[in-house]
Design a protein around this ligand. Structure first.
Ligand code: SAH
Length: 352
C-alpha cells in the first residue's frame, strides 16, 4: 500500500533551532539536530536512511515525522554551445527550469525563484506563465546542487557562479531566497560574491535587502531610464518610479559598498534613440554602477526586434565616455529556449 506522506512536514522547512526542539521533545540530545542539518544542507541527503551516524531508531523517528521533498530533473536539453536546460519537477507536480551555462573558465547556474512570475514584462516568455507559487529554500538549494553535479559530470569542475535569473522575481520571494543563499554559501562553501540576485527593481525590497548586510551582488533589470518607456515594456514598474528605484540603489551602495549592475536590452523603435542613451548615462551616473547590455532573445509572445549593432556600439561608447563599465553579453542556449527571458516550460526537440 502506498504510504500517505501528505500529513508529514517537510523537514527542510525547519531551521536548526526548531530541529533541536524536536529532538529535545523526543528526549534525544539536541546535537542530533546538527548532524541531521549537515546531512540535509551539506550532503544533500534525500532520505533518512543514508544518515548513517544516527541510530536506526532515530532514523525511524524522523521518517515517521517528516518527509524530505526533493526535486527531480525531468528532462535535460543540451544546446550546441553546451548550455544545459533542465526541466525540473517539484514535489507537487509543478515544473520549473534551471540552466547550466559553461564558458571556458566558468560554470554558471541560472536558477528560478518562483513557479511562473507575477510580473508583466512584455518581452519575457516567463511572464506569460501564471505565478503559481514561491519556491521553498530547499527547492532553490536543490537546483544548485543538481547543476553543481552536472557541472562536475560534464565539465569536470564545480559551479563557479550562481545567478537568480531564471523564472520568477527573487525579491517577491524574499525570505526563501535569502535563506537559500545562506544554505548555498554555508553548504557548498561558495563565496556569496559569486552569487547575483537579479531583480526587476522593487525599491522597498532593495532597501530591506541592503539592511541585511548582504555579501552577494545585485543586478537590476532596467531596460530604460525613461519613465514612459519603462512603464510601457514593464507595466508593473508604474508603481516603482525611476527616481524611487534610484534612491533605493543609492541606499544599497551606501550600505554594501557594492556596485549595482544594470541589465539592459536594446530594441528597435523602443529604446534605440540618442535620448534613450542619454537617459541611461545620466541615470547610471547617479549611483556607482556597471551596465550589462544583454542580447535580446526572441520569444513567441512578443514581436520585439533587437536593435542594430551600431546602436549597441553607440550605447557602449557613451557609457565608456562617462566612465561607466559596460559589458555586452552574448546570449547562450538560444537554440533550446534556455536563454534569458525564454524560460516558459517549452520543449524544443533537438538532438545534441
Ligand atoms: N525577475 C528578475 C529575474 C528574472 S529575468 C529580473 O527581472 O531581473 C532575468 C533577466 O533576463 C532580466 O534582466 C530580464 O530582463 C532578462 N530578460 C527577460 N526577457 C528577455 C529576453 N527575451 N531576452 C533577453 N533577456 C531577457
Amino acid at each position: 500500500m502506498p504510504i500517505d506522506n501528505s500529513s508529514k512536514r517537510d523537514i527542510r522547512a525547519l531551521d536548526l533551532e526548531a530541529l533541536r526542539a524536536f529532538f529535545e521533545s523526543h528526549n534525544q540530545q539536541a546535537f542530533r539536530a546538527d548532524q541531521v542539518y549537515q546531512w540535509l544542507w551539506q550532503k544533500g541527503a534525500h532520505s533518512f536512511e543514508v544518515m548513517t551516524n544516527l541510530s536506526k531508531a532515530t532514523r525511524e523517528l524522523l521518517d515517521a515525522s517528516f518527509v524530505i521533498n526533493h526535486i527531480a530533473v525531468d528532462r535535460q536539453q543540451r544546446s550546441a554551445d553546451k548550455t544545459i536546460k533542465n526541466a525540473i519537477r517539484l514535489h507537487d507536480g509543478l515544473t520549473i527550469e534551471s540552466v547550466l551555462i559553461p564558458t571556458e573558465t566558468r560554470s554558471t547556474a541560472c536558477v528560478s525563484s518562483q513557479v511562473g512570475c507575477s510580473l508583466d514584462c512584455t518581452f519575457c516568455a516567463t511572464s506569460q506563465l501564471k505565478r503559481m507559487r514561491n519556491l521553498n529554500p530547499d527547492e532553490i538549494y536543490d537546483q544548485v546542487m543538481a547543476l553543481d553535479s552536472q557541472s562536475r559530470l560534464y565539465f569536470d569542475r564545480p559551479l563557479s557562479n550562481i545567478v537568480f535569473m531564471g523564472m520568477g522575481e527573487p525579491l517577491m520571494n524574499y525570505k526563501n531566497v535569502i535563506m537559500a543563499v545562506d544554505k548555498i554559501t554555508a553548504g557548498l562553501g561558495m563565496s556569496p560574491k559569486r552569487i547575483t540576485i537579479s531583480t526587476s527593481g522593487i525599491p522597498k525590497m532593495i532597501e530591506k535587502l541592503a539592511d541585511e548586510n548582504p555579501k552577494f551582488q545585485l543586478a537590476v533589470s532596467l531596460h530604460s531610464a525613461r519613465e514612459e518607456v519603462r512603464n510601457s515594456i514593464m507595466p508593473f514598474s508604474t508603481s516603482f518610479e525611476l527616481p524611487i528605484l534610484l534612491k533605493s540603489l543609492q541606499y544599497w551602495y551606501l550600505k554594501t559598498q557594492s556596485k549595482v549592475t544594470f541589465e539592459y536590452l536594446i530594441w528597435k523603435g523602443i529604446n534605440d534613440t540618442q535620448m534613450d542613451i542619454d537617459a541611461l548615462v545620466a541615470y547610471a551616473k547617479k549611483v556607482p554602477s556597471k551596465v550589462n547590455i544583454i542580447e535580446y532573445n526572441p520569444t513567441d509572445a512578443a514581436d520585439f526586434k533587437a536593435a542594430d549593432k551600431e546602436v549597441i556600439e553607440r550605447y557602449k561608447q557613451a557609457l565608456e565616455r562617462a566612465r561607466i563599465t559596460v559589458t555586452v553579453r552574448r546570449s547562450r542556449g538560444k537554440d533550446i529556449d534556455a536563454a534569458c527571458g525564454q524560460l516558459a516550460n517549452k520543449l524544443v526537440p533537438l538532438e545534441h
